[in-house]
Design a protein around this ligand. Structure first.
Ligand code: ADP
Length: 430
């Protein structure tokens, strides 16, 4: 028994002990009066504390001044400590939940928690954006009512979730999502939504690239094999034989160019960042001029302009290869009699290398795709001109590595202008 309770009993005993001699020596009624007064005082005391406890229980605030009297002090003290501990535990748990919630919101993958009936319990803001959910209004709704694609509904109904589902949503048709359902806590489900648009695009590019390379090499190989077979099986005269050999040499040169361009591309891709050494633009432009003259063989008027104030900083072989491709294209796609202007202008704000021609030009719809590997406006024309379809892909890669942008302006039948725009950091003053 606690000491407070003992004290309360002693007080009750005390009023009895006082009442007994009073009743015996004075009068019975006086004894009873003292006894009743003692009891009444004790009842009033307990009632007062009970009323305080009752009031507090309606609004149990953590109040250190909460103190009882006598036997009630211990009760109030324990209640105060219990309430305080409880509040601290709740605050700690609230903090942990808030941290978990913040971590869920910070995820770059979408996360949706579903109950056993596929009803939404929670989703983070990434999932809201990916799937068009609004947690405020969609909590408790079946996820199949919001994401209605048949393949998704069928996936939800499956029992085997070992593989994710890859799909586009109606809302974001340009994005590809990988949706993976992971069962947890019995039959609840966690739905993870990853944006795999980039991975899918790279995968498709890789597949297309392999298909394109095979296709590009197969044509000359087939021609070569055909001629070889003819030469082996038939007795052809010397003149015919020379003609075949010439065509075979053309095809093998074509294969060599393709392989050479592929090697250039792959070496650019795997090379470390380019140097930052100044490149002598005057001699680079001279070299481009000589190469253009050689390719053109006098069929075009070629002008070179250099404002002569600044050089470029970068890897000379890469820049020669990129600029050389632009010049070679200008010669290839400009009919005889046309004009080609090669220019370099630079200031401390940046530099521009441009190749302008008065050639066949390019329709606007092709321009965004020109730097894709093997993309050609006119396959036959490119092949006849000795193109591989990889020139502008090489240009784009080299320029990217020098933080430069390729700007293409063209009008069919009038001509094209390809401009490589370099940032100030790539310009060095003479
Ligand atoms: P290709 O080896 O076929 O020239 P590129 O990657 O260098 O490949 O160029 C891609 C396509 O862009 C070409 O096939 C051609 O259709 C077009 N093109 C490039 N440069 C020019 C230009 N100066 N004038 C017209 N068309 C061009």
């Amino acid at each position: 028994m606690s000491s407070q309770l003992m004290r309360a009993l002693l007080l009750a005993l005390l009023s009895t002990v006082i009442a007994l001699p009073v009743g015996y020596f004075v009068a019975h009624w006086a004894g009873w009066t003292v006894f009743c007064l003692g009891l009444a005082l004790q009842m009033a005391f307990h009632f007062r504390n009970f009323a305080r406890l009752d009031r507090w229980s309606h609004n149990p605030v953590v109040d250190p001044s909460l103190e009882g009297e006598g036997a009630w002090d211990g009760i109030f003290g324990r209640l105060y400590r219990h309430e305080k501990d409880l509040r601290e535990q709740i605050a700690e748990r609230d903090h942990q939940i808030a941290m978990l919630f913040a971590a869920g919101q910070a995820l770059t993958d979408g996360v949706v928690l579903l109950d056993t009936h596929n009803q939404i319990l929670f989703c983070n803001s990434t999932a809201e954006d990916q799937l068009g959910l609004v947690i405020r209004t969609d909590r408790g709704q079946s996820v199949a009512n919001i994401v209605r694609q048949p393949e998704f509904v069928a996936y939800l109904e499956e029992s085997d979730f070992s593989r994710p589902l890859t799909m586009r949503t109606e809302r974001k048709e340009d994005r590809v999502f990988s949706i993976h359902i992971i069962p947890y806590a019995g039959s609840r489900r966690l739905m993870q939504v990853k944006d795999v648009t980039q991975t899918e695009r790279l995968d498709r590019m890789r597949r297309d690239f392999v298909a394109n390379v095979s296709h590009e090499l197969r044509t000359p190989l087939t021609v070569l094999a055909g001629f070889l077979e003819t030469l082996q099986e038939f007795d052809v005269d010397r003149e015919e034989r020379n003609r075949y050999l010439e065509m075979m040499a053309d095809q093998s040169k074509r294969m060599q160019s393709i392989v050479q361009d592929l090697l250039t591309l792959s070496s650019i891709e795997s090379a470390p960042p380019p140097d930052n050494e100044p490149v002598d633009m005057a001699s680079l432009l001279d070299k481009l001029h000589r190469d253009a003259d050689g390719l053109s063989a006098g069929r075009h008027t070629i002008i070179v302009e250099n404002d002569g104030h600044n050089d470029l900083r970068g890897s000379e072989p890469e820049l020669v290869s990129a600029f050389g491709n632009l010049v070679a294209n200008a010669v290839r796609y400009t009919p005889a009699g046309g004009k080609i202007r090669i220019s370099w202008r630079a200031s401390p704000q940046g530099g521009e290398f441009a190749v302008q021609d008065s050639g066949i030009g390019i329709e606007a719809k092709h321009i965004p795709r020109l730097t894709e590997r093997f993309y050609r406006v006119d396959r036959g024309r490119s092949r006849d001109a000795g193109g591989t379809g990889l020139g502008l892909a090489i240009v784009k890669h080299s320029l990217n590595r020098h933080q430069a942008q390729l700007d293409i302006k063209s009008t069919p039948g009038v001509g094209s202008c390809f401009t490589a725009k370099f940032p100030a950091s790539r310009v060095s003053s003479l």
